[in-house]
Ligand binder design. Structure first.
Ligand SMILES: C[S@@+](CC[C@H](N)C(=O)[O-])C[C@H]1O[C@@H](n2cnc3c(N)ncnc32)[C@H](O)[C@@H]1O
Length: 232
C-alpha cells in the first residue's frame, strides 16, 4: 500500500518537477547564450522586458532569439528551399533590441530590415547596431524602422520574414495579407521563419502557403508563401 501510494504521489509530482527543472534549464541556457553574444560584441540584447513596459498595445514581452536557434533555422531554410540569401531581403517583424538583424548579417542578404513598435527597444537596437558595425565591420545593409509591422510594405524581392512570437493573429492576419499582395504582385516567393509559432494558423489556413518544416526541439516552423502557380 505504501509503495502504491508513493507511486501515485510520484506520478502527480514528477511531471511538475520536470516542468520546473526544464523551465530553469531553458532560462539558464537563454542567459548563458545571451550574455556570451552580448559580451562578444559589446551589445545589450539579453535582458527580458515585460510586455507591461512595452506600451499599451503590445501583446508579447521582449525576449531575444538564441543565436543557435536562429542559425539552425536559417540553415534548414537554405537547405530545404535551395535559398540564396544574396537574392533575398530579410525582414524581422518585431525586431526588439536588434539581435536577429545582427545574426542575419552573417548571411549575404541584399537588404536587412528590423521593424520595432516600441521606441525604447528601437533606440536600444540603433545603439547596438552602431556598436556592432564598429566591432565587426558588418551590418551596413541593416535598416531599423520604428513602426508597426502592419504598416510595413514588402518589396518585390523574395522576402525572408522572421517572426519570434511578436504578436497574435489579429496583427499577423493583416501582415500576412500585405506579404501575400507583394508576393502575388511580383510573382515571387516569400519565406517565413516563425519561432514559437502561436498564431501559425493564420499561415496554415492559406492556400498559397506551404509548410516546409517544423522543428519541435527549437519550436521553429518554416513556411513558403508563393504566387499562384509557383507551389506544388
Ligand atoms: C519576442 S520579441 C523578438 C525580438 C527579436 N525579433 C529577436 O528575435 O531577438 C517580439 C518583439 O515584437 C515587438 N512587437 C510587438 N508587436 C509589434 C508590432 N505590431 N509591430 C512591430 N513590433 C511589434 C515587441 O515590442 C517585441 O520587441
Amino acid at each position: 500500500m505504501g509503495l502504491l501510494r508513493r507511486l501515485y504521489y510520484q506520478s502527480e509530482v514528477l511531471p511538475r518537477i520536470y516542468d520546473v527543472v526544464h523551465e530553469q534549464w531553458e532560462n539558464a541556457r537563454y542567459l548563458v547564450d545571451g550574455y556570451r553574444f552580448d559580451s562578444s560584441l559589446a551589445v545589450d540584447t539579453t535582458e527580458v522586458i515585460d510586455k507591461k513596459l512595452l506600451g499599451d498595445r503590445c501583446s508579447r514581452s521582449y525576449v531575444a532569439t538564441r543565436p543557435a536557434v536562429f542559425h539552425r533555422a536559417m540553415h534548414r531554410l537554405i537547405d530545404r528551399c535551395s535559398l540564396e540569401p544574396a537574392l533575398c531581403d530579410f525582414v524581422d517583424l518585431g525586431s526588439g533590441k536588434g539581435r536577429a538583424v545582427m545574426l542575419a548579417s552573417d548571411y549575404p542578404f541584399r537588404h536587412i530590415v528590423g521593424i520595432e513598435r516600441d521606441l525604447s527597444l528601437h533606440e536600444t537596437a540603433q545603439r547596438n547596431l552602431a556598436v556592432y558595425r564598429l566591432q565587426t565591420g558588418r551590418g551596413h545593409r541593416v535598416e531599423l524602422l520604428h513602426a508597426d509591422a502592419r504598416d510595413y510594405r514588402f518589396g518585390p524581392t523574395p522576402q525572408v520574414v522572421y517572426l519570434y512570437d511578436p504578436f497574435d493573429e489579429r496583427v499577423l492576419m493583416p501582415v500576412v495579407g500585405n506579404l501575400a499582395r507583394a508576393v502575388h504582385r511580383a510573382r515571387t516567393n516569400a519565406y517565413v521563419i516563425y519561432h514559437q509559432p502561436l498564431a501559425q494558423q493564420v499561415l496554415r489556413s492559406r492556400s498559397d502557403v506551404d509548410v516546409i518544416d517544423y522543428d519541435i526541439e527549437d519550436d521553429v516552423a518554416l513556411f513558403r508563401l508563393g504566387w499562384a502557380g509557383s507551389l506544388h
